[in-house]
Design a protein around this ligand. Structure first.
Ligand SMILES: *Cc1c(COP(=O)(O)O)cnc(C)c1O
Length: 329
């Protein structure tokens, strides 16, 4: 079978820095992979996915982008930024009612020229939000607008290629910086980042079975959506297939720890608040309450439980999320 066409557009500033973060409590070394600094529209992990998702949009001759997310979706804000860069009109289907004043990600998305569609649905009502996206996409097709419609979080196999490539980028940086990574920890929600990293891991493992490769640990922050090892492995396998690989991941490759989520998506936790302070005081890393702070609280929690050996090297992928810090309601 011929390898499917993969088109990448340049949207992110890569490689992002891999910074030393000093010692964790256990004596393990912390490293911070600064994917909050991908550059596109204030940065974050979605830039890597959007390079491939927008490549697909251009291949399909799309003239507009449609996507969906929570009211303060970073993915929606970054899709709006990509739309601005590529001169594609952007429609965002959002949870929640129209606020009196746009804040955070919504303020930025509107600034980038996107059209915001406030649905009034709850942020965890993925089903109705996805239906609204499908309906809007249909309307745009009917109007001859040639939309490229992207599911929640940009977590398709095409989007996940961004993180298969990021895995290689991280390993290459470790070699340059002369250390071997023992674990990569990051926040997982819609699963595309995770699936991409797993695809990268599986590919690297096959290339050199002797090589020590990091454990990939996702800290889950959203209920009911892609929170299963099976679905992430499946998405990783679709990603591997797009990359022309016959290799396959299994659910055993996928570690998702949902125990740092608290009661639900976007509901604050004490551990995340403490992790935010720790990161801000240690390295002026700015974590957001919805994603990166919970992910980092997971890293600190695993460390406190003795999971990481003294002098081992633990990488935290800082996935971004800055704008939601400035939301007042
Ligand atoms: C979207 C997002 C994540 C989760 O990435 P997924 O690929 O959806 O799992 C993590 N952190 C931030 C800041 C995000 O915006």
């Amino acid at each position: 079978m011929a390898q499917p066409k993969i088109t990448r557009v340049t949207l992110a500033t890569l490689p992002t820095p891999l910074e030393s973060g000093g010692k964790l409590q256990s004596g393990a070394n912390l490293w911070v992979k600064r994917d909050d600094l991908t550059g596109l529209g204030v940065g974050g992990n979605k830039a890597r996915k959007l390079e491939f998702l927008c490549g697909e949009a251009l291949d399909n001759d799309a003239i507009c982008l449609v996507t969906v997310g929570a009211a303060q979706s970073n993915h929606c804000r970054m899709t709006a930024a990509a739309g601005a860069r590529l001169n594609l009109a952007t429609h965002l289907v959002l949870s929640g009612a129209k606020p009196k004043r746009l804040e955070g990600n919504q303020m930025l998305a509107a600034m980038f020229g996107a059209q915001l569609h406030h649905t009034g649905f709850e942020a965890n009502d993925w089903k109705n939000l996805e239906t609204a996206r499908a309906e809007l996409t249909k309307d745009l097709i009917r109007d001859g607008q040639r939309p490229h419609s992207i599911p929640i979080g940009g977590s398709t196999a095409v989007g996940a290629i961004g993180y298969a490539v990021a895995f290689d980028e991280i390993i290459a940086q470790c070699e340059t910086q002369k250390f071997v990574a023992d674990a990569i920890v990051f926040t997982t929600s819609s699963g595309g980042t995770h699936a991409g990293l797993i695809a990268g891991l599986v590919r690297a493992r096959a290339k050199d079975p002797q090589k020590v490769l990091p454990k990939v640990i996702g800290i889950g922050v959203a209920k009911g959506f892609a929170l299963s090892a099976e679905s992430v492995a499946e998405l990783a396998n679709e990603t591997l297939a797009l990359l022309g690989e016959t290799l396959r991941a299994t659910p055993d490759d996928v570690i998702i720890d949902p125990s740092y989520m608290g009661s639900d998506y976007a509901v604050p936790t004490q551990a995340a608040t403490e992790a935010t302070t720790w990161a801000a005081h240690r390295g002026a890393w700015v974590l957001d309450p919805v994603y990166s702070a919970k992910g980092f609280s997971g890293l600190l929690g695993h460390d406190a439980q003795g999971e990481f050996a003294t002098d081992s090297n633990i990488i935290f992928i800082h996935t971004g999320g800055l704008p939601s810090l400035f939301v007042t309601h």
